[in-house]
Design a protein around this ligand. Structure first.
Ligand code: PGA
Length: 261
């Protein structure tokens, strides 16, 4: 039996009222799913900061967990415009995406900075969803695994084994994000096998097998069945398709069906 982790990254989309409507549409369907069917499928929604407090309240008592899309590496102080891990915790947020390629490229976030965020999130009982992935140029120059290694070595620096088991890793090839062109099944399989081996080699088989490794990058209701069938894929981080309740729900139902196979 396989367990799945399905996370929706709404990115900088949806006004407050759009976020409320989208959450209601998703939750109305999920609340009708048999509880036993959801024991092997974890559902996380990552709305914008404006909507996060309201959505954590609405999600309370439902099978849906709430995550943030980012946080700062310090807990308080003169950091205009930033949001800290303990602020997220105070509103009931359980997860936080870090190292997303949009933050790495648009906001110049380094592996070292991402590592600080991972540490402060863990100290505040928030589970980091750590994104890693290569650009097209890096893939074409056969550097994919060097890049993944560099990102993991540095983003997970000084994280003790006990804490590592709490982290969720999302493999997101940059060239597949928001492009409508997902990586091929064999590319995903190769990368996820490599990632599992990395975790076995650097920690232990037990630890490695208890970590969710998600795929992200144009995962939709149309390719979810194939992608979630890949051995070392434990779920997905979904951008575009998570903004449409029907598409996101279809992916969740695919995961439920796969969890029973
Ligand atoms: P996408 O985004 O599903 O729109 O490609 C994935 C992500 O950025 O996490």
């Amino acid at each position: 039996m396989k367990e799945f982790f399905i996370a929706g990254n709404w990115k900088m989309n949806n006004t407050f009222s759009n976020s409320k409507e989208l959450f209601i549409a998703i939750n109305d369907n999920i609340s009708n799913i048999n509880k036993n069917d959801l024991t092997k499928v974890k559902i996380v929604i990552c709305p914008n900061f404006i909507s996060i407090y309201h959505i954590t309240i609405e999600a309370n008592g439902t099978p849906i967990y709430v995550g943030a899309q980012n946080c700062y590496s310090e807990l308080k102080g003169a950091f205009t415009g930033e949001v800290s891990a303990n602020m997220l915790k105070s509103v009931g947020c359980k997860y936080c995406i870090v190292g997303h390629s949009e933050r790495r490229t648009i906001f110049n976030e380094s592996n070292n900075f991402i590592n600080k965020k991972v540490q402060i999130l863990l100290e505040n009982d928030i589970i980091p969803i750590l994104c890693i992935g290569e650009t097209l140029e890096q893939r074409k120059s056969s550097n994919t695994f060097n890049i993944l290694k560099e990102q993991l070595d540095n983003c997970l620096k000084d994280i003790i084994t006990d804490d590592l088991t709490k982290i969720v890793i999302a493999y997101e090839p940059v060239w597949a994000i928001g492009t409508g062109i997902s990586a091929t099944i064999s590319e995903i399989e190769e990368a996820h096998n490599w990632l599992r081996q990395y975790l076995i080699a650097n920690y232990s088989e037990d630890v490695a097998n208890n970590i969710y490794i998600l795929y992200g990058g144009s995962l939709t209701e149309n390719n979810a069945d194939e992608i979630l069938s890949i051995k070392n894929v434990n779920g997905g981080l979904i951008g575009g398709a998570s903004l449409d309740a029907d598409k996101f729900l279809s992916i969740i139902h695919t995961a439920i069906n796969k969890s029973k196979e």
